[in-house]
Design a protein. Structure first.
Length: 336
């Protein structure tokens, strides 16, 4: 077992998942504005520290993805944030791409940037305590998209990123997100997501990536948010498994789904059914941002000093998702 494989399994095993707390300052400002809290470095840190010091961190969270601002901050007790996280038994991760920009020669699509200077940044993050990283490619679905250009360009970037990350002794999260925005059917999502993931693995193999030392972070297979043909949660789970079985090499240790605009309950219920129906060797868990934090954020915004109750709400959500990652969630437990 390689060192990278050990790190990946430590993050994903025993029903544990990943807390994606890597919102850029712009995104975090939108989230805080939506609940009427001023987006200052202090408030962004206070909310995140509230989550990172909650008790479910020990039982439910295997890794936390941070943003550059947060990995350099210290908690109210003076502990560096990576130390606060590692003291719970979780590992520190870091988002290292610099965002999705317009793809040249395909103006309606995006390419993720951030490869320039990445090797040096990774060394710095490793010294700060990071042991895994994240890079997100985004793809739209329509009659024309995703184009071959977008599929190939983003796969190539994800592979080059992964090579630099593994060289530095860290585990890359490979996140090709086929967005749920649009009128497309679940079958369109199935075929496009399969094509995107297959191309990513072709490039990862060309770049000699150790597949036992990565984590795949894909979208679930869903109908578009404007589609008239929604599918049941059971169908979501079966189509998602069909996609992954034909697209992901067996060496990959685990898959941590993004929530991608699903509600908190939907994201939990779909993950639970995926695990109930999972007849692969892959660990199937969660890497959620909003679907872990939204209820806690809403509550916290009413009184940012009420740490305990905010943590209770986050603990419940984390616990529900960890049950779902083992196929043990139920609506009775949800509403207890």
């Amino acid at each position: 077992m390689s060192e990278l494989n050990k790190i990946a399994l430590k993050i994903l095993s025993n029903g544990k998942g990943i807390l994606a707390a890597d919102e850029s300052n712009g995104t975090m400002t939108k989230r805080l504005d939506s609940v009427n809290v001023q987006s200052s470095p202090e408030n962004r840190l206070l909310f995140r520290e509230t989550l990172f010091s909650s008790e479910s961190m020990t039982d439910c969270i295997g890794g936390v993805i941070l943003y550059d601002e947060t990995i350099n901050q210290s908690s109210s007790s003076g502990k560096k944030i990576p130390k606060l996280i590692s003291d719970t038994g979780a590992l520190t991760g870091i988002k290292v791409d610099t965002g999705a920009k317009v793809l040249a020669n395909s103006a309606e699509e995006k390419i993720t940037e951030g490869l320039d200077g990445l090797r040096e940044r990774l060394k710095k993050y490793y010294q700060l305590g990071a042991r895994f990283t994240k890079w997100r490619g985004v793809y739209s679905i329509s009659k024309k998209y995703p184009s071959q250009l977008a599929i190939n360009s983003n796969a190539h970037a994800l592979a080059r990123y992964s090579a630099l990350v593994q060289e530095c002794g860290m585990v890359p999260i490979v996140e090709p997100e086929v967005l749920m925005d649009g009128e497309h059917s679940a079958d369109d999502c199935l075929s496009k997501t399969s094509e995107v993931i297959q191309k990513c693995f072709e490039e990862l193999i060309v770049h000699k990536i150790d597949l036992t030392g990565i984590i795949l972070k894909p979208n679930m297979v869903l109908a578009g948010n404007k589609s008239k043909n929604k599918i049941s949660n059971e169908e979501v789970s079966l189509k998602t498994l069909e996609c992954l079985k034909k697209s992901v090499p067996n060496e990959v240790p685990g898959i941590a789904f993004l929530s991608g605009g699903q509600s908190e309950i939907e994201a939990t219920e779909n993950l639970n059914l995926i695990n109930k129906n999972n007849n692969t060797n892959f660990i199937m868990t969660y890497s959620y941002g909003r679907a872990l934090q939204q209820s806690a954020l809403k509550f916290w915004s009413k009184d940012i000093k009420n740490i305990k109750e905010t943590q209770n709400i986050f603990n419940h959500r984390a616990k529900m998702n960890t049950l779902a990652a083992q196929g043990k969630w139920s609506s009775e437990l949800e509403n207890k």
